[in-house]
Design a protein around this ligand. Structure first.
Ligand SMILES: [Zn+2]
Ligand SMILES: [Zn+2]
Length: 368
């Protein structure tokens, strides 16, 4: 349910050098590359891990805040993988690692491991919005998504019940059609999935009347998602095998992007919660107890005499729980001292007396 640790994905220790990470990534990428018959989900995971760990700033944020620290907009943690189903928009820098030679041999190299029926359904991305408090304490979210799933009528066989399958005439049963392209480098043979049978090599004697031979149909699906305490805005949770299904029933993954609504009073920085509290100048001078709002409810905070405006007070243990491990960050309260806007004649008089006394006291202090 929760995302796997990036170091674990690449199989390196947390203190691995940049070089070790690069080597580990190269190994893992070759192993899992879909064009080499590897697992597409794993390949994406490996790329995602490397995207973060190769960048010193992102790596530091990840070390500090976990996945939440690097899931923000523009961090590239996930955005690069959209449209992956076509295996074209892979966020992968071949040149960087000298991997060009390995992967070039798959372009136009004849039927590859990928030809044939796609072995798993499409990955799906969705977004949920949760409150500030839900992000702090964790929550359960019920998702309702319209996703392709195995057709209930034909059970994915593509044939109307009672009918069998026969050989596909378009591809002669191979599941692939070969196209020849003429280029300056010579003729390139490119195999692609047969458009008639979608790679199975077989077509139904009579098409399923519900899915029209597709084997899948859109179904409304309810998915319950456990959002961990401490998740931050922009984080993505992957639910394995909760995406769309193929006719064979193999599902892609579901990626849920978490959006945290801003709070009226609190802001957040990593595991810190920040807020302002206003006090009057008398409390600032004399000190006193102040009731402060936290995500755990009101907490009494002692204001020391002589508190200056914009000084920070720390309320330990009232911040955001650490996404990994136990404990919580602090809540930092910034005290703002309010100068009165309107005061009565009597108050003015008292303040003048105060100022006179203050002046005398200072004079004494100076001459003695
Ligand atoms: Zn065919
Ligand atoms: Zn059907």
């Amino acid at each position: 349910m929760a995302q796997r640790d990036y170091y674990e994905i690449l199989g390196v220790p947390r203190n691995a050098s940049a070089d070790e990470i690069k080597k580990a990534f190269r190994r893992a990428a070759i192993e899992s590359h879909p064009d080499r018959g590897g697992d597409e989900a794993k390949f994406k995971e490996v790329n995602e891990a490397y995207e973060v760990l190769k960048d010193p700033a992102k790596r530091q944020r990840y070390d500090q805040f976990g996945h939440a620290g690097v899931g923000g907009a523009g961090s590239g943690g996930f955005s690069g993988f959209e449209g992956f189903g076509g295996a074209q928009n892979i966020n992968f820098d071949f040149g960087d690692l000298g991997l060009g030679d390995i992967f070039n041999s798959f372009f136009g190299g004849g039927p590859s491991g990928r030809a044939g029926r796609p072995d798993r359904g499409r990955d799906v991305e969705t977004r949920v919005e949760i409150s500030f408090e839900q992000a702090v304490f964790g929550t359960d979210v019920d998702l309702s998504l319209n996703l392709e799933d195995v057709c209930s009528h034909c059970k994915g066989t593509t044939a109307e019940p009672g009918y069998g399958l026969k050989r596909c005439d378009t591809c002669g049963g191979s599941g692939q059609v070969v196209r020849v392209t003429h280029t300056v480098f010579g003729n390139i043979q490119q195999a692609s999935i047969c458009p008639t049978c979608h790679g199975s090599g077989k077509v139904p004697e009579k098409e399923c009347s519900v899915c029209h031979g597709k084997g899948t149909q859109a179904k409304q699906q309810r998915i319950s998602l456990k959002v961990p305490a401490g998740i931050d805005d922009g984080a993505t949770i992957r639910l394995r095998e909760h995406g769309e299904a193929t006719a064979g029933g193999k599902k892609g993954d579901l990626f849920v992007n978490i959006r945290v609504k801003p709070h009226k009073k609190f802001t957040r920085e990593g595991d810190l919660i920040l807020s302002d509290e206003h006090i009057d100048m008398v409390t600032a001078a004399l000190g006193g107890d102040l009731s402060v709002d936290t995500v755990d409810g009101p907490v009494t905070m002692r204001i020391s005499p002589g508190t200056q405006s914009h000084s920070d007070f720390k309320l330990s243990g009232h911040g955001v729980p650490h996404l990994r491990g136990s404990g919580r960050g602090p809540h930092i309260v910034t005290i703002i001292v309010d100068t009165p806007l309107k005061i009565s004649r009597e108050q003015q008089e008292l303040l003048r007396q105060f100022a006179d006394l203050d002046e005398q006291k200072n004079r004494k202090g100076f001459w003695h």
